[in-house]
Design a protein around this ligand. Structure first.
Ligand code: HEM
Length: 510
């Protein structure tokens, strides 16, 4: 994605900035006049979107500081008010109690449509309800669960072999990059039943797809800061011309897979589909869907499942290196739960990480959850308000306002978690018997909450726990450079800026 600094130095930026400032002033005057006639009260104005731009590289710190002053506040934007809340009662209201009044809206739909089509992430209302119903059914089947576990096992062994080589040769690993490739391979195979192998790069087609996928996601995100994207799309120039090209590559690849699978199913009269566990085959088994609809549904899963789990696992590795006592405790739990004395083969060890063993890993579950509390993969999540409303704290929001809950800021609020809110302490998630105790999803919002709660939550925990248990069982990890400042890169998902360089040391191997 073009860097934000390059964007700031673009001549269009200054034109857009002056136009936006003028609009902002006109809007402020208009609202001031209007306010005299209205008895509604609004949340305090804590800044403008220009403050957000100036603080772009430390955006979540900036918004956390504002939230510490006002649990809910507004930022001025020339086009709409932006309301940001950390108040759990407000979050429950927008995500559950008055769910129908807050959604993606046309603004998000238009920005995302070229990449995500009419998939679950872009739509509201009936279109969303139908996809949610069929997808949640498929996601809860034993077949998908067993199939995905087999894929996670296969991919974590590939990863462990790479880590092992680095441990033996005492070289450094950029673990975030490896995790991104590994989770893409996993979700792609679960989605389409085909191996991509972006980790080892064995398939040229797979590599082209993976690159096109990453570029399309970044260019789609760029639309949120590029006020001229629609004109550029119309003229087919710049970032929009590139986006068109990369989505064409994606579509060609995906449609080929879908059409081949449809053909296979027709030849075998549906028999081959009943034996396959991937999402595409499961959908084809249920009904004859249109290939475009299938593309939309499945690509949304790939987008949802790739960066989120990889980013969380990367922050988790960072926390383990920062807190070696947590690392040792979690490794000890893995050893006990899997009944491992020595590891003579990675393949064998992976099979000792059974469902029952994972169930017993309460401390590991707590440590991953604590990572998500402080480093939620989706740091801010915006909804559009569909009609004038009053939130439970008594303040109003208007039709068209953007209302966001903030998992990143919420994880650091003392009024939610107590004085040690900013400390990494997995124990806060355990009861007196060491069993994991969940929190209200309106306080711990990393997976969203209410009817649109993350559909892949269990799937994600399973994958993250298998990966974490196998890595921890085999190796001890340290940061390559303890003094290096590790922070996030501001984008839709919370990635570690410039990745995470670590060293691995063999643990119990013969
Ligand atoms: C640590 C991992 C994950 C986190 C933190 C996470 C978080 C979230 C969040 C915050 C949302 C709401 C986004 C929105 O407003 O549109 C969401 C939605 C969703 N997630 Fe996840 N997710 C994770 C992993 C996954 C995985 C692995 C999958 C699938 C394989 C998945 C599938 C979905 C789907 C389908 C939705 C849309 C639900 C709907 O709109 O009804 N997620 N997730």
């Amino acid at each position: 994605m073009p860097s934000f600094m390059a964007f700031l130095s673009h001549p269009y930026f200054f034109a857009a900035l002056s136009a936006s400032l003028t609009l902002l002033v006109v809007q402020l005057l208009f609202r001031k006049l209007n306010k005299r006639h209205s008895r509604k009260k609004y949340h305090p104005v804590a800044g403008t979107i220009f403050n957000q731009m100036l603080n772009f590289n430390r955006l979540h710190h900036y918004m956390t500081d504002l939230a510490a002053k006002h649990r809910t506040y507004r930022l001025l934007n020339p086009f709409r008010y932006e309301v940001y809340t950390t108040e759990p009662t407000n979050v429950e209201y927008i995500l559950k109690t008055n769910f129908e009044n807050y959604g993606k809206g046309l603004y998000n739909y238009h920005n995302l449509k070229d990449l995500l089509g009419d998939g679950i992430f872009t739509v509201d209302g009936e279109k969303w309800r139908e996809q949610r119903k069929i997808s949640s059914h498929e996601f809860s089947t034993k077949m998908l669960r067993d199939f995905s576990i087999s894929i996670f096992r296969k991919n974590v062994v590939k990863l462990v072999n790479i880590v092992s080589e680095a441990a033996t040769s005492n070289s450094t690993l950029e673990i975030q990059d490896l995790l991104m490739k590994s989770t893409l391979d996993s979700i792609f195979q679960v989605a389409f039943g085909t191996e991509l192998d972006s980790m080892c790069g064995s398939s040229q087609e797979g590599k082209i797809f993976a690159d096109a996928f990453d570029t399309s996601s970044a260019l789609t995100l760029y639309r949120y800061v590029d006020v001229f994207w629609k004109i550029k799309k119309f003229l087919n120039i710049g970032s929009e011309a590139k986006l068109r090209k990369t989505t064409e590559i994606l579509n060609e690849f995906v449609f080929k897979l879908i059409n081949t699978r449809i053909l296979q199913m027709q030849i075998s009269k549906g028999d081959s589909g009943s034996k396959r566990g991937d999402i595409l085959s499961r959908f084809l088994q249920v009904k004859e869907y249109d290939p475009t609809y299938l593309r939309d549904i499945i690509l949304n899963f790939v987008i949802a499942g790739k960066d989120t789990t990889a980013a969380t696992l990367s922050w988790f590795m960072y926390m383990l290196c920062k807190y070696p006592e947590v690392q040792e405790k979690a490794a000890e739990e893995v050893k006990e739960a899997t009944n491992t004395k020595r590891i003579s083969s990675y393949n064998e060890f992976v099979y000792s990480v059974t469902d029952e063993a994972l169930e017993r890993m309460n401390y590991l579950h707590a440590a991953i959850t604590e990572t998500l509390r402080l480093y939620p993969a989706v740091p801010v999540d915006a909804k559009i308000c569909f009609s004038d409303d009053t939130l439970p704290d008594g303040y109003s929001v208007n039709k068209g306002d953007m209302v966001s809950y903030q998992p990143y800021a919420m994880g650091r609020m003392k009024f939610i978690w107590g004085d040690d809110a900013e400390d990494f302490r997995p124990e806060r998630w355990l009861d007196e018997n060491g069993i994991f105790k969940p929190e209200s999803p309106f306080k711990f919002t990393a997976f969203q909450a209410g009817p649109r709660i993350c559909l892949g939550k269990e799937f994600a925990y399973r994958q993250m726990k298998i990966f974490a248990a196998v890595l921890l069982g085999c190796f001890r990890f340290k940061l390559k450079d303890e003094k290096k400042n590790v922070t996030y890169k501001t984008m839709i998902n919370l990635h570690i800026d410039e990745g995470l360089e670590i060293k691995a040391f063999n643990r119990y191997r013969d």
